[in-house]
Each structure stands twice: as structure tokens, then as C-alpha cells.
Design a protein around this ligand. Structure first.
Ligand SMILES: [Zn+2]
Length: 298
């Protein structure tokens, strides 16, 4: 009797999911690590950290939870970009065989490399708050060592909004984000009513109260299903071109040297302005400023 009831409930549940699913959907997943369940310091976030190898697994499982939920909602093509640190965090052998993965840097569209106008939705996993936000674990924008502000068309950006604007150039909306409470709140304030899976609650830059991994995977799955079940609710986040980028550096010298370029204006001692035709040009400029050095090899 119990079994029959359970089977009926599962069947009804499955039918409900099917009704909202859109067959043939194409989904882009950009995965960072600071917002992954349990991450609080560099102990989890890079090869030098004593917990890094284990947290690569948790990051991979959060991405897998999003993949599984997207598939349940009708996604047939999924591209994942490994978008943290060295770009080589996700454990490729633990991922499903029918997705593809973008790895390592530099790449012109950075955390959004591979996005184009054939995608239906973008999902952010493991994201964090911006450098100007006091409410978030490891809050920074692109490089915590380099930038105090990244502004696009006068708007102070977080990585989620910057990446949403890149997707917006291709007409693709962001529908869901996972990360700490600060990241989710900031993204929702900038991008509108996207779904948010909170993995932990910040106490400070290096401290949080966190979910357990399985609970995080479950929550991510639920929010991805909810988002893809109401795809028509979301609009692309568009920046009108020409796109004006302002970068404020922690140090003086990057602003001085970049202002030698005829395409760059010095706004003040630590800030430069670059105007690009679209977000792709702006993204390439940011990648250049964060990667170029005379000793760069090969
Ligand atoms: Zn990161």
C-alpha cells in the first residue's frame, strides 16, 4: 500500500516535471569555487591548500547536481566552464560523459567562454559577492589583488553581472545562481528575480556557517529545476553599446601604464576608462589587463 502510494506520488511528480520541461534546451554552466559549499579560505581554493583536493570534488558535485536537474528539465546540450583559479578544478572523470568542459586561461570571454546565441539559459555555480560588497565570503571582482572596482556603463559590477552582460550580448538570460547569501542577494538585486541556492551564510570575508555537501547539491538541483521550469520569465541582462568600462586598480602603476594606450583614458590616479563596441571587446580588454606581462610565456 505504502509502495503503491509512493509510486503514484513519484509518477505524478515525474509528470509534473515533464509538463514544465522544454525538450532540446541548451544550457551553459559557469562554475566558480568561492561560493561552493564549505569553502571559506585559500585552504580550499587552490593547489596549495590542504583541503583543495577534497573541495574540487564538492565543486564538481555541485556542477553535476545542476547538470542532472537541467537534463530532467529537457536540456540536451550542456557546456560547463571551469572558471576559478587555474581553470583546472573540476574533476573531469567525475562528470557525465555527454557534457563538454572549458578549461584553463586565458580565453577571450573568460568565465563565459563558449557562450553563443544558440544557448537558452545560463547557470552560475559557486559564485561570490563583489569587491565593493561587505556581505560575502571572499568577496572580490575578477582579481582580489588587482581591482577595487569594475564599472560597466556606470554600474558597479560583480562577476555575476559582468558575465550576465556577456551572455546578454548573445541574448541569453541568467536563470539561477548558487553561492553564499551575499552573492545570491547581490546577484538578485542586479539581475532581477533569478533563482538562488544559498550554500552558506557569511560571517565575514573568511568565515561562514555552511550547509553540508549533500544538502547543497539538493538545493542546487531544486533551484535549477525551478528556474528552467519558468524560462519565459527571464530577460537577457544587456549593456547597450558602445560599452564604457572603468577599472580601478589597487596600485598606481597599472593605471599609469595602461593610459599609454591611445584607446585608454586615465580617469584618476588609480582608474582607467576603455570603451568597447560590445561586451566581447570589453571582456578581451579585461583579460589583457589581468594577464599581460613582458615575461609572459610561451
Ligand atoms: Zn573564483
Amino acid at each position: 500500500m505504502i509502495r503503491t502510494t509512493l509510486a503514484t506520488a513519484l509518477l505524478v511528480g515525474a509528470l509534473a516535471v515533464d509538463a514544465a520541461a522544454q525538450q532540446g534546451m541548451k544550457v551553459y554552466i559557469s562554475a566558480d569555487m568561492e561560493g561552493v559549499v564549505g569553502t571559506v579560505t585559500s585552504d580550499q581554493l587552490g593547489p596549495g591548500g590542504f583541503e583543495y583536493q577534497r573541495f574540487r570534488h564538492f565543486m564538481t558535485e555541485e556542477v553535476n547536481a545542476a547538470i542532472e536537474a537541467a537534463r530532467a528539465m529537457g536540456a540536451t546540450e550542456i557546456l560547463v566552464s571551469d572558471s576559478h583559479g587555474n581553470g583546472e578544478n573540476l574533476l573531469i572523470e567525475e562528470m557525465p560523459q555527454d557534457v563538454q568542459l572549458v578549461r584553463s586561461w586565458p580565453r577571450p570571454l573568460e568565465m563565459m567562454e563558449g557562450i553563443d546565441d544558440t544557448f537558452d539559459a545560463v547557470i552560475f555555480i559557486g559564485y561570490h559577492a563583489s569587491t565593493h560588497n561587505t556581505e560575502g565570503v571572499r568577496a572580490h571582482t575578477i582579481s582580489s589583488a588587482s581591482f577595487t572596482a569594475v564599472r560597466v556603463n556606470g554600474v558597479d559590477m560583480m562577476e555575476a553581472s559582468l558575465n550576465a552582460a556577456i551572455a546578454g550580448d548573445f541574448g541569453v538570460p541568467v536563470v539561477m545562481i548558487s553561492g553564499d547569501d551575499g552573492a545570491v542577494a547581490e546577484a538578485q538585486s542586479m539581475l532581477g528575480d533569478i533563482e538562488g541556492a544559498i550554500t552558506k551564510w557569511h560571517y565575514g570575508f573568511h568565515s561562514a556557517r555552511t550547509l553540508m555537501p549533500e544538502a547543497s547539491y539538493r538545493s542546487i538541483g531544486e533551484k535549477v529545476r525551478a528556474a528552467l521550469g519558468r524560462l519565459d520569465d527571464f530577460q537577457p541582462y544587456r549593456m547597450e553599446g558602445p560599452v564604457e568600462l572603468e577599472l580601478s586598480f589597487k596600485n598606481y602603476m597599472p593605471a599609469e601604464l595602461l593610459a599609454y594606450l591611445p584607446s585608454v583614458d586615465r580617469v584618476d590616479s588609480h582608474t582607467i576608462r576603455f570603451v568597447g563596441r560590445d561586451m566581447t571587446e570589453v571582456s578581451k580588454f579585461i583579460v589583457f589587463t589581468t594577464n599581460y606581462a613582458i615575461g609572459v610565456t610561451p
